[in-house]
Design a protein around this ligand. Sequence first.
Ligand code: EPU
Length: 346
Amino acid sequence: MKNKLSLLSDYSLQGLNTFGIAARARTFLTITEREQLQALYQDKELACMPRLILGGGSNLLLPDQVDALVLHMQLKGRRIVGENEQYVFVQGQAGESWHDFVQWTLQQGIGGLENLSLIPGTVGAAPIQNVGAYGVEIQDVFHQLSAFDFETGEIVTLNKSDCCFAYRDSVFKHAYRDRLVILDVTFALPRQWQARCAYADVADYLTKHQIAAPQPADISAAIIAIRQAKLPDPAVIGNAGSFFKNPIVDAGKRESLLQQYPQLVSYLQADGQYKLAAGWLIDQCGWKGKHLGRAGVYEKQALVLVNLGGASGNDVRELASAIQRDVGLRFGVQLEAEPVFIAASR
Ligand code: EPU
């Protein structure tokens, strides 16, 4: 078994995180087979090393040195695993590119994931963050996942309620962080497909292209065009998508902010609270297009922090703290980071 574990030392992670931080891993292992995880679990020395599970590296902020065993998830495969009257069940292995997986489902004639087109990262990472865009979140289409449990050495199955999904959040960011390694994810996609195009950007695209009865591929094309226009391509400018969550405030707080700032952008939530557009708050503080050292705020979308070239994880943290401080002072609202901050020693 141990011969399956080709460990590498002092390995560069620069190409493996979308921020392009020049981090290095003390020990690095590419996981292409499930058996490797079992072999790791059985190896006394390796099993007790701190671990970092790396998918597409699109939702984390690395330090210069990662003093841990980095497991790069490269399990591949995707298939239709079943169907019933209501749903088609599709499954992707953790290491599949998320966008390629979405496109593959569309090529199979299965709609449901199109609003999540072009999100960077992998299938295995998508539930961790409960990724969402243009009115759809992973929790809306999730069926179940399987994961390797480093505490018991067993493979476990988790259903939707086990995952405790919330806005850009799940149990995998908390209790199961570094304990469970997601192996595959199964989605339940409805046979009775309905277009979700209520977002103004999507509706505008369809009108402009004179598409009255959009198909899943049309929605996917719209989302791809919108994202490409608004968000920087990580292959060109290092970034991790939205750096902050949109903060949620109660109706009273929103009302008092509206008195002072009539242009405030807010969205009513099902529970009566309001989600504020963090991009707008940051923009109002004058941060858009500004930088601190080698880390900057994207010129077209203030919610996205970028690596201007050669930024360290610490540069990005300092910029994030300065923005949080300014937004806090001006609006009395605390911004919470979306990416997971990785400590040097774990
Ligand atoms: N705005 C500004 N200035 C800015 C940026 C935004 O005034 O610099 C305003 C916009 O005019 C708009 C509002 O803020 O009125 C919201 O902006 P946008 O529609 O671009 O959406 P968002 O709130 O910035 C969220 C998600 C995105 C997702 C889009 C579409 C979060 C943290 N972000 O962005 O998700 O793609 O909605 O659903 O929830 C991600 O999580 O990485 C991500 C890209």
